[in-house]
Ligand binder design. Structure first.
Ligand code: V47
Ligand code: SF4
Length: 381
């Protein structure tokens, strides 16, 4: 390391220890000049400052009600044409059955995302939420990404807030972070040219926060983007979080190339995964949580990530399809015992949380959520 690099790093370390914000240029410097262990150590100090020794997980189940999709994102192996053999669409009965399965497994959350089925009206998507809510009112419904809300607004010719209000009335509890991909429009046009642009994704999350909904945020990395695009993405999320305080957690999503239009690109390495998690923790100073989604990272990297800035592993995740269609080799679900073992082996204390990061207390088949674990509240918007 040159003396110039050393002194730049020392300045950044001072900023991190003083709780000061890192700039875009600092982020780029970390991407380009700093080794993964130094990044991890620095990110770990922030992780421990915010969440101590706790590592969160939740008991959840996934529902992808249809894979039929009007868009053709080149990184996606999940979507299907309507007439293709792999096309499927859930009926109300199948949705009810999935909700009951969630209840029987003690899940606190159902995570619902899917394709944009061009023959289904907005009411069909509202009904997916309504059917789950009426079947199992205790389940928190985290459903529909910003891309889906943008599609609903296109279908109904109504503002985003109108669509969100209808979904909230039907039982929507929060929104997942998908569809953000990479905000840089040049990269976006190469990987998902037709779907919601970055400004729409940001506007939708702002609207959701203003309606009192909590949402998550993601970033898809390891495809055609460069370091400057990742840092730009993080800075834009940080800006909206300053404005609303409505994001709960950030989830960096490692690109899985199998069966996609980018199958020639190798999967990101474990080191790139850890580096991305650490840099995300350092740049997103106003996010309480960074999630290492074990489904896509694999158990080994996800467990290691708990010392590189991450404080959450997501959950039991039964019935995941999006990553498994794209070649994920992880199981489609994991037991609570196994999650506990992974977390304890990493030297952390496992805490079951609900979607809103409240501690879950169980008594046999019953459960309830306590006060938030981290005192965060939506900014006045
Ligand atoms: O938006 C699709 C990504 C996202 C691939 O909010 C791919 O708690 C990698 O957003 N390789 C959907 N990524 C999943 C998602 C998510 C997952 C877990 C938790 C939460 C949360 C949200 O998956 C899409 C897209 O960015 N994706 N295909 C692929 N081949
Ligand atoms: Fe459709 Fe989503 Fe796949 Fe894009 S990522 S093709 S919007 S299912």
């Amino acid at each position: 390391m040159s003396s110039e690099t050393e002194s730049r790093l020392a300045t950044i370390e001072e900023k991190v220890h003083a709780g000061e914000r890192l700039s875009f240029d600092d982020g780029l410097f970390l991407e380009e000049k700093v080794d993964v262990l130094t990044l991890g150590q620095l990110a770990n100090t922030v992780r421990e400052r915010k969440n101590g020794n706790l590592a969160y997980y939740n008991t959840n189940i996934h529902l992808n009600p249809t894979n039929v999709c009007v868009y053709r994102c080149v990184f996606c192996a999940f979507r299907s044409d309507l007439k293709a053999e792999k096309a499927y669409t859930f009926t109300d009965d199948m949705i009810r059955e999935r909700a009951l399965e969630a209840r029987s497994q003690g899940a606190t959350e159902i995570h619902v995302v899917g394709g944009l089925h061009h023959q289904k009206p907005f009411e069909w998507y509202v009904d997916v939420v309504r059917v789950i809510h009426e079947t199992c009112p205790e389940l928190h419904i985290k459903a529909w990404t910003g891309v889906e809300i943008n599609w609903f607004s296109h279908l109904t010719k109504k503002p985003y807030k109108w669509c969100l209000e209808k979904l909230i009335e039907a039982g929507l509890g929060s929104m997942p972070g998908g569809g953000a991909e990479i905000f840089d429009e040049e990269v976006r046009s190469q990987i998902c040219e037709h779907k919601a642009d970055s400004q729409s994704w940001i506007d939708i999350h702002r609207d959701a926060h203003q309606l009192g909904l909590r949402t998550n945020a993601t970033m898809l990395y390891g495809h055609v983007e460069e370091a400057k695009h990742r840092i730009d993405h993080l800075c834009k999320l940080r800006e909206l979080q300053d404005e609303t305080g409505g994001f709960q957690t950030f989830i960096p999503l490692a690109f899985h190339p199998d069966n996609t239009g980018l199958a020639h690109i190798p999967k990101p390495s474990g080191l790139q995964d850890l580096k991305t998690i650490a840099i995300s923790r350092l740049m997103l100073d106003n996010f309480d949580h960074i999630k290492a989604y074990w489904i896509m990272l694999g158990e080994k990297i996800a467990q290691t990530a708990l010392s590189f800035g991450a404080d959450d592993l997501d959950g039991t995740v039964v019935h995941e399809l999006i990553y498994h269609d794209a070649g994920a080799e992880t199981p489609e679900g994991i037991t609570v015992e196994h999650l506990h073992a992974l977390i304890r082996e990493a030297g952390r204390e496992p805490v079951e949380r609900d979607t809103l990061y409240r501690r879950v207390v169980r008594d046999g088949a019953k459960w309830h959520a306590e006060e938030p674990l981290v005192a965060a509240s939506l900014a006045t918007v």
